[in-house]
Write a protein that binds this ligand. Structure first.
Ligand SMILES: CSCCC(=O)C(=O)COP(=O)(O)O
Ligand SMILES: [Mg+2]
Length: 228
């Protein structure tokens, strides 16, 4: 078997629970998004992402209020829009820094990440959340600051998570042949795309899911079960 030299992990459903993202992070951003956009309307980055959101929706000359309503709808639909994710990340920063929440980590994740680093593997994140949101997530985790463990972060600016070309770009960016890179996710379509790019894959099926006897990607109940 080819040696694994780098691991790229998804966040939601893989290192951390879906419910932390859906029941804590998304409502926090939803509640504060209108006021955040209004009070930061003169900031260049906020203006940029509002413009990008309107462009994505094909809205011409939309008012700020219309774009805010659009973004709230996208939060409800869990749309993986790069513009929405950038704005959500800015709002979550306030929550993390005020100590209102810490990012959930499944119990074995921190020790296993430390273990892989100790074995010389390079670790990366690929999530729909923006790169700044990912950095905050691991910096303010329930298991302490895990951000020093990661060599880099990728978001949808690299491409959608269900497209093969995104994984080809990631392998190229980290300077490894795809067969030396293991991608971990809970979503079969993401793993299919990574596998088609030649990456090794690991499907996290956390309890109460049962590990099937056969599956199209190697399936694991947690990080400790992963065999490199
Ligand atoms: C960076 S934490 C928030 C994650 C997020 O916004 C999201 O949509 C989850 O996407 P993932 O690709 O990690 O499943
Ligand atoms: Mg996921």
């Amino acid at each position: 078997m080819t040696a694994i030299r780098a691991i790229v992990t998804d966040i939601e459903g893989t290192t951390s629970s879906i419910s932390f993202v859906k029941d804590v992070l998304f409502p926090y951003a939803r509640e504060r998004l209108p006021a955040h956009v209004e009070t930061h309307a003169d900031h260049a980055d906020v203006q940029h992402w509002l413009h990008e959101a309107a462009k994505e929706a094909g809205l011409i000359e939309a008012s700020r209020q219309e774009i805010i309503e659009l973004l709230l709808r996208w939060i409800d639909e869990d749309r993986k829009s790069t513009a929405l994710k950038a704005l959500q990340g800015m709002i979550w920063k306030d929550g993390y820094e005020a100590g209102e929440f810490r990012a959930h980590m499944y119990p074995e994740v921190a020790a296993r990440l430390h273990g892989w680093r100790g074995e010389g593997l390079r670790l990366y994140v690929y999530s729909s959340g923006s790169v700044p949101a990912q950095q905050l997530f691991f910096r303010y985790s329930e298991a302490g600051d895990l951000s020093p463990l990661f060599a880099g972060y990728f978001d949808t600016e690299t491409g959608p998570k269900r497209e093969t070309a995104s994984y080809q770009r990631i392998a190229e960016a980290i300077g490894e042949r795809p067969e030396h890179v293991l991608f971990l996710s809970d979503i079969a379509e993401e793993l299919d795309a990574a596998g088609a790019a030649g990456l090794r894959t690991g499907w996290l099926m956390r309890p109460p899911l049962d590990i099937p006897t056969e599956s199209r990607h190697p399936a694991y109940a947690d990080f400790d079960a992963i065999r490199l």
